[in-house]
Design a protein around this ligand. Structure first.
Ligand code: HMG
Ligand code: MG
Length: 311
């Protein structure tokens, strides 16, 4: 069976979404080596950190140093998260070329995550996005809790559409639809995407699945069937949002690449090199990385795990 998608762009979020929730402090140099190894693996978009309050998210406090020290590959985009004007000032000072702004389809989550209502977040973005675009930056948007909220429960797809449309109207080149707490299931995912596609072109949507309940890869397949071609993922399955109780790792990049390789869908990412990148960060954590492909490698069954000839 041929899928509507022939190639996929992966947005690697491990160094940001992955590390922001870790309890142990990761040395700046290790983050830089991790990001460098991810670009060596063929990833062309790597979220390098977040200019958020260091009191709220201590793990991202060294983003300026990380960004400074990355040996920049001219073919790689290194976006950072920016929540407000102060974050944009810090990004501009660091010489960042690409930012991501983030809000939610749930009021309570947004308040807990960035201390703003959804409307307040848009008032804030209205001040920073034109400035960022004027400086020649690329701006991406995130909609958290698109499939359910840890505080409010059900989230209406119409709300996801409304917030997505507002982000696009502001000038975001793409909006990433986040399953922040990993509650979505494939038919629900197709339902939400179906509503979004009535208004938004495929290319301006990305999917951001967390694997909290083991549905991230199934949800990815469901989204591929709908023609979505950009996926956020984190090496080794690192991840979670500190303001989303119970949120665990993102879809593991290795698991995504394994799936895509097996289906003959181009991603440009080399699985072996990706495993090498995850192996840089793994020893610095206080828990094993949850990614399934990575675990299969660790347990010695990797020889079964690469697709050499896909028809
Ligand atoms: P606030 O406390 O309301 O902010 O936080 P404030 O403006 O009152 O400032 C309080 C203090 O923070 C002040 O310092 C400011 O200077 C400082 P003080 O006077 O107390 O010393 N401050 C900053 N410092 C550095 N950088 C900044 C900054 N802004 C203020 N940019 C704020 C509001 C937005 C700052 C805070 O809530 C925040 O930083 N939140 C970020 C939370 C976060 O990073 N969450 C994780 C990322 S989102 C996510 O993971 C979901 C996603 O992956 C998609 C998905 O899964 O769905 C994207
Ligand atoms: Mg996330």
């Amino acid at each position: 069976m041929k899928f509507p998608v022939e190639s996929v762009r992966i947005v690697e979020v491990g160094p940001r979404d992955g590390l922001q929730n870790e309890k142990v402090t990761i040395p700046t140099e290790v983050k830089v080596n991790f990001i460098t190894a991810l670009s060596d693996a063929g990833l062309r978009t790597i979220e390098a950190g977040a200019f958020v309050s260091p009191k709220w998210v201590p793990q991202m406090a060294d983003t300026a140093e990380v960004y400074r020290d990355i040996p920049k590959d001219p073919g790689v985009d290194y976006p950072v998260l920016v929540p407000n004007a102060k974050g944009l000032d810090r990004a501009l000072e660091a010489g960042v070329r690409s930012i991501a702004i983030f809000t939610a389809a749930s009021e309570t989550f947004n308040k807990r995550n960035i201390n703003m209502t959804i409307d307040e977040s848009f008032q804030n973005f209205a001040a920073i996005v034109p400035r960022a675009l004027g400086e020649g930056m690329k701006v991406r948007g995130y909609v958290s809790c698109s499939f359910g909220c840890p505080y409010e429960g059900e989230v209406l797809p119409e709300k996801v559409l409304e917030v997505t449309a507002r982000l696009l109207d502001l000038g975001c080149y793409q909006v990433s639809i986040g399953d922040t707490i990993g509650v979505g299931t494939p038919l629900q995912v197709q339902g939400v995407i179906g509503i979004l596609l009535q208004v938004v072109p495929h290319g301006r949507l990305a999917m951001h699945f967390h694997d909290t309940r083991g549905t991230a890869l199934a949800n990815t397949l469901a989204a591929l069937e709908m023609g979505i071609a950009t996926y956020d993922a984190s090496a080794g399955g690192l991840g979670g949002c500190p303001y989303a109780p119970g949120a665990s790792g993102n879809l593991a990049t290795e698991d995504l690449v394994y799936l895509l390789d097996g289906m003959g869908i181009e991603s440009g990412v080399d699985l072996k090199r990706l495993v090498a990148a995850s192996s840089i960060i793994g020893p610095f954590l206080d828990h094993p990385l949850p990614g399934k492909y990575l675990q299969a490698c660790t347990h010695g069954s990797a020889s079964f795990g690469t697709h050499t000839s896909v028809q």
